[in-house]
Design a protein around this ligand. Structure first.
Ligand SMILES: Nc1ncnc2c1ncn2[C@@H]1O[C@H](COP(=O)(O)OP(=O)(O)OP(=O)(O)O)[C@@H](O)[C@H]1O
Ligand SMILES: [Mg+2]
Length: 251
C-alpha cells in the first residue's frame, strides 16, 4: 500500500476577485522508503503541493491520505527543508535544531543530545554556538537538514533544497542526503522532493512525477531503476534524463 496518496487534488486560488486554477486532478503516490520527486515548470504548483501536505492549505477538491488515513487524522511527523534555510536569526545553531524537538518532549537532555548528534551527522559540529549570519549558504542548509531529521520524520519534504547553492555544495549535499536516506538506522525513510532540475531528480529519485504548466496536471511518471550510487555521466543516466525531458516538453 502507498504511504502517501494524493487523489484528484485540485486547487483554485482567488485573488482580486479573479479565479486561478493552480492544480487540477493531481494524483500520485509515494511508497514507504521511496524517494519521489515532483518536477515541473515555475508556477506549476509544486510548492502548493508541499503546502497541502503541511496542512497550510486545503485543496479545493480531492483527498490526501497517509497510511490509508486522511491527512488530518493520520497525524504524521512531517519535516520540510525549503530552498532558503528558514533559520531563526536570533538563535544559535544548536538552538535552531533544538527548537524542532521542543514540542515533542520535555526531556532536555534528549533534546540537546539528539540535536548535537544531527549537527554532527550533517557535518557542522563545532558551529553549535554560531549564529546563522556567521554561516555560509551551504552551512545554513545543513542546519535546516539537521533540524528536519532530528525529529525522526515519517515523511521528509524537500522544496528545491539545493537550488540556492553553488554546484559543488549542492552536489556534496545531495550525496550526503542520499547516504543518510540509504542508511538503515536513520530517518527519514520516505522523501518527497520538489525540483526543476532534471539531473538532480534522476540522480536522487526512485520515481519522478512530471507536472505540466498551469493549470497543472500530471503529464506522467518515470520510474528510475538505475543502481545506486548513480553514475551521472553514464549513457543509461542520460537516457533517463532524456525520457523526463521529452515528457516535460510534451506539454
Ligand atoms: N496564496 C495564493 N494566492 C493566489 N495564488 C497563489 C497562491 N499561492 C500560489 N499561487 C499561484 O499558484 C501557482 C502555483 O504556485 P507554486 O508556488 O505552487 O508554484 P511552483 O511550482 O512552486 O513554482 P516555482 O518553481 O517558481 O517555485 C502560481 O501561479 C502562483 O501564482
Ligand atoms: Mg515553488
Amino acid at each position: 500500500m502507498a504511504f502517501l496518496d494524493l487523489r484528484d487534488i485540485g486547487v483554485e486560488f482567488e485573488s482580486n476577485g479573479k479565479k486561478l486554477q493552480a492544480l487540477s486532478n493531481i494524483s500520485f503516490s509515494v511508497d514507504t522508503n521511496q524517494f519521489v520527486s515532483i518536477i515541473g515548470p515555475s508556477g506549476s504548483g509544486k510548492s502548493t503541493i508541499i503546502k497541502i501536505l503541511l496542512e497550510l492549505l486545503r485543496p479545493s477538491t480531492g483527498t490526501v491520505t497517509i497510511g490509508g488515513k486522511p491527512l488530518g487524522e493520520a497525524n504524521p511527523k512531517i519535516s520540510v527543508v525549503f530552498q532558503n534555510a528558514a533559520l531563526f536569526p536570533w538563535l544559535d545553531v544548536l538552538k535552531n535544531v533544538e527548537i524542532a524537538l521542543e514540542p515533542l518532549t520535555k526531556d532536555e537532555k534528549y533534546i540537546k543530545e539528539t540535536s548535537e548528534k544531527f549537527i554532527k551527522i550533517v557535518g557542522i559540529d563545532g558551529f553549535e554556538e554560531a549564529y546563522p549570519r556567521e554561516l555560509s549558504g551551504g552551512m545554513k542548509q545543513r542546519v535546516s537538514i539537521a533540524r528536519a531529521l532530528a525529529t525522526g520524520p515519517d515523511l521528509l519534504l524537500l522544496d528545491e533544497p539545493f537550488a540556492a547553492l553553488d554546484v559543488f555544495t549542492a552536489q556534496a549535499l545531495r550525496e550526503e542526503l542520499l547516504d543518510l536516506w540509504e542508511s538503515p538506522t536513520f530517518p527519514p525513510n520516505t522523501i518527497l522532493m520538489v525540483t526543476h532540475n532534471v539531473d538532480e531528480a534522476v540522480q536522487m529519485s526512485d520515481k519522478i512525477v512530471v507536472m505540466s504548466h498551469r493549470p497543472s496536471r500530471v503529464l506522467g511518471e518515470v520510474k528510475i531503476e538505475l543502481p545506486r550510487p548513480r553514475n551521472t555521466r553514464s549513457e543509461e543516466f542520460y537516457a533517463v534524463v532524456d525520457g523526463v525531458v521529452k515528457l516535460m516538453s510534451s506539454d
